[in-house]
Design a binder for this molecule. Structure first.
Ligand SMILES: NC(=O)c1ccc[n+]([C@@H]2O[C@H](COP(=O)([O-])OP(=O)(O)OC[C@H]3O[C@@H](n4cnc5c(N)ncnc54)[C@H](O)[C@@H]3O)[C@@H](O)[C@H]2O)c1
Length: 246
């Protein structure tokens, strides 16, 4: 069986190294390029590469997405913290190639996203939603892409737009909690791979849905699975829920 050829962007980073290690143990993929900040994408990625997996830096995503589209490679984006303009550039690439984007590629978190939606539907606005995330001290963006995914899922479950009700942390005399608010809090410290808790706090009980990533392998395995799934698909924007068919 022919191997699917992959380029890893952000190859020297925490995720890039994990992707490289994991791919080396897989019989159905071959890493043909490892690109980091000092390498030029053009020089490093051979024509015919079937998928580009990008876990680098938000500012790099537009150029990487454009290059993936130019060489006809599926683009699997794990990098988080994109601005609206950077996101628009990634969306533009999806007119030409399949683009999979997820704030979290682990199976467990993608299940959690569904569970949060269901909980929000059932519990309704009487249960205040607070999303708390913790990551290692080197993480550059906040809140995490996963926390945003989870908060968005709670909003979807309630039938509202996250942008209309989100609150990022609290400080000072903030007054009583407005009804319907969905709050996100980002903690940073040590070597935590990624913890997320979604709380539904009612007057008489509290429901907490928790995910703790123990290894970056959870994200890397999902991203390679997404790349294998995306190669040969028609151009468009895809999420991990498409890959997992959840
Ligand atoms: N979606 C997910 O499941 C998931 C999981 C973990 C991390 N992430 C995200 O992935 C990204 C990387 O995380 P990390 O912990 O590996 O970070 P990291 O800082 O360890 O690694 C990032 C790497 O990208 C490189 N880089 C920066 N600009 C580049 C460019 N223009 N071209 C090529 N390489 C470039 C850096 O030199 C570095 O080696 C972050 O945005 C993080 O939030 C997503």
């Amino acid at each position: 069986m022919a191997k699917t050829t992959l380029a890893i962007v952000g190859a020297a980073g925490r995720m890039g190294q994990m992707l490289t290690r994991l791919a080396a143990d897989m019989s159905d993929v071959e890493v043909v390029a490892r690109v980091d900040v000092a390498d030029g994408f053009d020089a490093a990625v051979p024509a015919g590469t079937q998928a580009v997996i990008d876990f680098s830096f938000h500012a790099a995503a537009p150029a990487n997405a454009k290059r993936a589209a130019e060489i006809g490679a599926a683009y699997v984006l794990g990098t988080t913290g994109l601005s609206a303009d950077e996101q628009a550039a990634v969306d533009a690439a999806s007119a030409t190639v399949p683009v999979v984007q997820s704030g979290n590629y682990s199976l467990g978190v993608n299940l959690l996203v569904e569970l949060v939606k269901r909980a929000a539907q059932v519990l309704g606005k009487d249960y205040d939603v607070e999303v708390v995330e913790m990551h290692h001290k080197h993480k550059k963006d906040a809140p995490s892409g996963t926390a945003i995914m989870l908060a968005r899922s709670a909003a979807e479950g309630r039938g509202v737009k996250l942008e209309d009700c989100v609150c990022h942390g609290r400080e000072g005399i903030v007054g009583e909690r407005p009804e319907g608010e969905i709050a996100i809090h980002a903690l940073r410290g040590g070597s935590v791979v990624g913890d997320h808790t979604v709380m539904f706090a009612g007057d008489v009980e509290r429901v907490e849905l928790v995910h703790k990533a123990q290894s970056r392998e959870a994200f890397a395995a999902g991203a390679i699975r997404a790349a294998l799934w995306a190669v040969g698909r028609k151009p468009g924007r895809y999420a991990m829920r498409d890959v997992l068919a959840v």
